[in-house]
Design a protein around this ligand. Structure first.
Ligand code: PMP
Length: 411
């Protein structure tokens, strides 16, 4: 598969928006789906839709096999040791909430410390904030360096004998920062703390190997990796998951149900109460096949090239502030910026009229906006189907917007 012609695999990208060819630069919010993923969903609903695990009929067996085959693909994709460590959830948010309720809420106690950073997405902040309140644990923030990175000395200084749990984003959905997870995990484990990684912005952009990272939990969403919405993954080390209680009780997750007590299925099913997200999981499996056909190394190189090109072009615009690290090794394909005298919402609305989709706002990172001392930013985020031409459209659009709004200011 050639990256130059990759857009043709994505039906949505061939349309015009507001009279212009669509330039989709909102990939950190969600990614577009290749036709093979859409076809997979259609085939499932048209030919073998059935409730898995229970049915002995042909369709039920087929649906069960496809659902479990998708789990196997996820296992290989992130190099987990076994499928018992792969729990299907609704997405990163559900995965992190599962850890908050079933691990932090159960195994941490009053006075224990939870460490996070101010660059976390609300999904990797509120679950710990709320769990900490409930059990009387202390939520602490590792200070960020001025360029929006994490300095390991600050990690060391933030840790105490009471640090029991750390949750960090692998890649910031605002700053684009790639965080040094390997090193943080080493420091945490020395201290006896468990590490959870928010991989929503990483797994689909470069190779993530959970055994190499040695993290204890890793959470991600299918929709950000060309899969359907409504499906996500929680990876957890088996020896930890085994001790955690289910958080949803009902069908599918039980072994035996008595009048006054019940027992649970083994991993991973004890965490998958109710009818599973079959179509979502199977669609995610196809997205993984597609990603692997292209290769994560190729995707990383492509996005790095795009980010460098965009940073170079954007930096030449007068009155622009670009946030996050400058070093290409420390950042992914997410670029966040503000333009003097142009509100990011106005910019995004103006660009939309040119067929260019970017995001404006706080990006579910209000504490990070506070740290940046802004109320909102504009964000362009790239994926494998974006091209240098897309970035040229963006740059021209921003230049036009600047003229438009500066003229408006001059009146
Ligand atoms: N963490 C990060 C870093 C994200 O970018 C997002 C999605 N914007 C999430 C968590 C939450 O993902 P979801 O909404 O798919 O649960």
């Amino acid at each position: 598969m050639n990256l130059n012609e990759i857009k043709t695999y994505f039906p949505i990208l061939t349309q015009s928006v507001n009279g212009h060819p669509l330039v989709y630069l909102d990939n950190a919010a969600t990614s577009q789906k290749p036709k093979v993923v859409i076809d997979t969903l259609e085939a499932y609903y048209q030919t073998y839709n059935a409730n898995p695990h229970r049915g002995v009929h042909t369709l039920g067996v087929k649906a069960t096999d496809a659902y479990e085959a998708a789990r196997e693909k996820v296992k290989t994709f992130i190099n987990a040791k076994e499928t018992a460590e792969i729990i299907f959830t609704r997405g990163t948010t559900s995965s992190l909430n599962l850890v908050a309720q079933s691990y932090v809420g159960q195994f941490l106690k009053e006075g224990d410390e939870i460490l996070i950073t101010q660059m976390e997405h609300h999904s990797n902040l509120i679950p710990w904030q709320q769990a900490a309140k409930k059990i009387g644990a202390i939520l602490k923030y590792i200070p960020l360096s001025p360029n929006g990175t994490i300095d390991l000395d600050n990690v060391k200084e933030s840790m105490t004998a009471n640090t029991k749990f750390i949750s960090i984003t692998h890649v910031s959905n605002v700053l684009g920062t790639i965080n040094p997870i390997n090193e943080i995990v080493k420091l945490a484990h020395k201290q006896g703390a468990v590490v959870c990684v928010d991989a929503a912005q990483s797994v689909s952009h470069f190779k993530v190997d959970v055994q190499d990272l040695a993290c204890d939990f890793l959470a991600f969403s299918g929709h950000k990796m060309m899969g359907p919405t409504g499906i996500g993954v929680l990876y957890g080390k088996k020896q930890i998951l085994e001790h955690m209680p289910p958080i949803e009780y009902g069908g599918e997750m039980i072994d035996f149900v008595g009048l006054y007590d019940s027992t649970w299925k083994e991993l991973p099913w004890k965490f998958e109460g109710g009818t599973p997200i079959v179509a979502g999981a199977i669609g995610l499996g196809t997205a993984i096949d597609f990603l692997e056909q292209i290769g994560l190394e190729t995707i990383r190189l492509h996005e790095k090239k795009l980010a460098n090109f965009a940073l170079e072009q954007l930096s030449a615009i007068k009155g622009i502030s670009i946030y996050g690290p400058k070093n290409p090794e420390q950042r992914g394909g997410v670029i966040t910026f503000n333009i003097d005298n142009v509100h990011p919402h106005d910019l995004a609305t103006f660009l939309d009229q040119e067929g260019i989709a970017i995001r404006a706002g706080h990006h579910c990172c209000q504490p990070l906006m506070k740290w940046l001392n802004v109320s909102a930013t504009a964000r362009a985020s790239f994926y494998l189907y974006n091209t240098e031409e897309d970035i040229e459209f963006l740059i021209n659009g921003i230049k036009k917007a600047k003229v438009y709004f500066e003229d408006a200011f001059a009146i």
